[in-house]
Design a protein around this ligand. Structure first.
Ligand SMILES: Nc1ncnc2c1ncn2[C@@H]1O[C@H](COP(=O)(O)OP(=O)(O)OP(=O)(O)O)[C@@H](O)[C@H]1O
Ligand SMILES: [Mg+2]
Length: 231
């Protein structure tokens, strides 16, 4: 679904520059789960941000469905993010004084969708993550795993084709993390393309494809086999 072609990303840092990605070429296959691994600072989040059109490459191309994301206008980029991408973060990023339902509705209300339609879609998304019965709770009354499921519901509410998760289980215990992983894995069965940044080799093992980064370069790649089994 997304192809990185010799992508470089350089950030200015005072007088010098940080080369976060140094010529990354990799494919993110459609309707599969891809894991991105690598040591801290190896460029995982940078890669995810480029795939989600949150940032543009310094050189090289990021192609999504034949479109060069780097060449889109800022309006088209915002549109791409709003219609195609759902983001899930390590720290959940929920609004603390809003209920789970309000947190999930928010992206829809912000883009001008009616209150009735927003509510229905938000309740449906909370059902997908099995939190329909917690919709009136505020984040502080929810466990870490529940908060992450609310965050996943919020990512799903726009019906994105692409779900990008940056260390979604980083703040969770192993068992809860496994549940979140299964949930993300299940999204593939509903036609979504999922990318998970993780330090957890077990999660990587569950993925269909693996991109291992080191120092801004691809250290190894494993692509899914045609029959859907892990390569
Ligand atoms: N906005 C920025 N400005 C300057 N440097 C940045 C910026 N974002 C990332 N970097 C640098 O780019 C490199 C790659 O960062 P990135 O966040 O992609 O790593 P990561 O693999 O996600 O690490 P972690 O596992 O710690 O989250 C790092 O050296 C980082 O300091
Ligand atoms: Mg990161």
């Amino acid at each position: 679904m997304i192809a990185f072609h010799d992508v470089r990303k350089t950030y200015p840092m005072g007088e010098t520059r940080v080369e976060a990605l140094r010529g990354v070429s990799a494919d993110i296959p459609r309707e599969r789960m891809t894991a991105v691994m690598g040591p801290s600072g190896s460029g995982k989040s940078t890669m995810l941000h480029l795939a989600g059109c949150l940032d543009t490459p310094t050189s090289g191309r990021v192609i999504c469905d034949g479109q060069d994301l780097g060449s889109l206008s800022s309006r088209r980029r915002a549109e791409f993010r709003a219609t195609t991408v759902g983001f899930v973060f390590q720290k959940f990023n929920l609004v603390p004084n809003l209920t789970a339902l309000r947190n999930v509705e928010l992206p829809l209300l912000l883009r001008g969708e009616s209150a009735t339609s927003s509510r229905k879609k938000a309740l449906d998304a909370l059902d997908v993550v099995e939190l329909g019965d917690r919709s009136r709770h505020r984040p502080t009354k929810l466990s870490g795993g529940e908060q992450q499921r609310v965050a996943i519901a919020r990512a799903l509410v726009n019906a994105p084709k692409l779900v990008l998760a940056d260390e979604p289980t980083g703040n969770l215990d192993t068992e809860t993390g496994t549940r979140i992983l299964r949930l993300l894995r299940g999204l593939v069965e509903t036609g979504k393309t999922v990318v998970v940044v993780t330090h957890n080799p077990e999660i990587a093992h569950e993925a269909d494809a693996l991109i291992a980064l080191r120092d801004g370069r691809v250290e190894s790649l494993s692509a899914p086999r045609a029959d859907g089994e892990q390569a």
